[in-house]
Design a protein around this ligand. Structure first.
Ligand SMILES: [Zn+2]
Length: 107
């Protein structure tokens, strides 16, 4: 191949193949099934992608309530991760999503 300098790091193959992604807030590597994908679509703006298959730049959010809190309160996190301008309405939709974990200490 002539693909010199394509920048792909040599990947080390783990023993078990469990796909992992990094949470945009806490930067932890988490099992993909425990993450929620947020995607920036061309036609519908920034939204939660329950299928994980929509086209567009994506960011992953883990199942910690504190991480959801942060992306909802600080639009800059998603703006940076998605290279987008997330609107208040989009953040409100994420905040209202049923996948949002509830804080353990709620009461
Ligand atoms: Zn997180």
């Amino acid at each position: 191949m002539t693909g010199k300098g394509s920048g792909r790091p040599a990947r080390h193959v783990p023993q078990r193949h469990v796909p992992q992604r990094t949470c945009v807030v806490c930067r932890r590597q988490v099992d993909k099934r425990r993450l929620t994908r947020i995607v920036r679509t061309a036609d519908s703006g920034v939204l939660i992608d329950p299928t994980g298959k929509r086209n567009g730049r994506g960011a992953y959010l883990c199942d910690q309530a504190s991480c959801w809190d942060k992306v909802i309160r600080h639009a800059g996190i998603l703006n940076g991760a998605l290279n987008a301008q997330v609107t208040e309405a989009e953040l409100a939709a994420i905040a209202a999503d049923p996948r949002r974990p509830t804080p353990a200490e709620a009461g």
